[in-house]
Ligand binder design. Structure first.
Ligand SMILES: Nc1ncnc2c1ncn2[C@@H]1O[C@H](COP(=O)(O)OP(=O)(O)O)[C@@H](O)[C@H]1O
Ligand SMILES: [Mg+2]
Length: 318
């Protein structure tokens, strides 16, 4: 079964504002709420700058929240500190786009994977070495790689090592932030297949973040579509193409499928860039680029409404 009733993670009214040096305030995440269910892969998609990485960083407690709550297995973990925070970090792991940035270049692959095991005193050096071998094997990296450095690996191999490190602490939730975005298509597919297999074997829950709707749809059960820090639509992946109704989701779909079909005509829908998160207008966040914008959209922010099973949309048209 794909979903169980009780959510493993509940994000409630999450807002993140950054105070810039010039005194202005940037709203990166604006009143976002969602649930993640055990064994689910929840996709988050949207253009660059819409707040995806900020959500990932808040969930892995690399950033603090401005307001809102994070409930994990029924417990509010929003403002954990000290040892409680440290222990909680084990349960949330992250895989980034560029794992090299999070790898120490002077460390060998074997040490990169065994480091968290030793840091958390989960085993002695000898046990950690054996566990590292097991973990690397699980992600398709052979033993002779343990003595190499990260710069000696290909992009796909590095990402496999990052995944081995992420699963080493037996987490419940893995957040993949553009984890396959830098890889060639064929390697990207292999890494996604690995993630899917691990998910089944270890009953992991994923939040899979990306800017490419086709990739995010491939791996996710449900998709959150974000625009300028806000959720505009939530929909089951297998209904995305047929049932998505938000003008922004439809524009994203148009651009994916126009390319896929080799259509030479200009992509309809979204043109230009999203407005600045420094001056968010009163109305709908998407109104400046929406072909269906009405007066109401300029003045009143649409609420995210449930319009069907696992389907919510924030748009005055519905
Ligand atoms: N530490 C920070 N200080 C100021 N602004 C930030 C910071 N981190 C992110 N932002 C801004 O927040 C917005 C969302 O960024 P981000 O979450 O990285 O988006 P995405 O991952 O969707 O591309 C962007 O406008 C970005 O410039
Ligand atoms: Mg990002």
């Amino acid at each position: 079964m794909r979903k169980k009733k009780e959510a493993i993670l509940k994000v409630k009214n999450l807002t993140k504002k950054f105070n810039l040096q010039d005194g202005r305030t940037l709203t990166a995440v604006d009143n976002v709420s969602f649930k993640l269910f055990p064994g689910e892969c929840l996709g988050i998609v949207g253009e660059s700058g819409c707040g995806k990485s900020t959500i990932a960083k808040i969930l892995t407690q690399l950033e603090t929240v401005t307001s809102g709550n994070i409930i994990y297995n029924g417990k509010d973990i929003t403002n954990l500190k000290g040892e409680e925070l440290r222990q909680n970090r084990k349960k949330f792991q992250m895989v980034f786009q560029d794992p090299v940035e999070s790898f120490n270049p002077r460390m060998k692959i074997g040490d990169i994977v065994s480091e968290p095991l030793l840091n958390f005193n989960l085993m002695n050096k000898h046990e950690a070495k054996a566990e590292t071998k097991k973990l690397l094997k699980m992600v398709g990296i052979t033993e002779d790689f343990t003595k190499r450095y990260s710069h000696q690996l290909s992009g796909g191999q590095k990402q496999r090592v990052a995944i081995a490190r992420a699963i080493s602490l037996n987490p419940e939730i893995i957040i993949c932030d553009e984890a396959t975005s830098a890889l060639d298509v064929s390697i990207q597919e292999q890494v996604i297949e690995l993630l899917m297999n691990l998910q089944k074997e270890r009953n992991l829950s994923y939040i899979f973040i990306g800017h490419d709707l086709a990739v995010v749809r491939n791996i996710s059960h449900r998709i959150i579509v974000m625009y300028l820090g806000q959720i505009v639509e939530v929909i089951d992946s297998d209904k995305l193409v047929t049932d998505a109704i938000h003008p922004y989701t439809k524009a994203l779909l148009d651009s994916v499928f126009s390319i896929k079909m080799g259509n030479n005509s200009e992509i309809e829908g979204i043109k230009g860039e999203p407005p600045s998160p420094l001056d968010i207008q009163a109305g709908c966040v998407f109104c400046s680029r929406c072909t269906k914008c009405m007066d109401k959209c300029l003045n009143e922010k649409p609420k995210l409404k449930e319009i069907g099973r696992n389907h919510s949309v924030a748009c005055h048209l519905y």
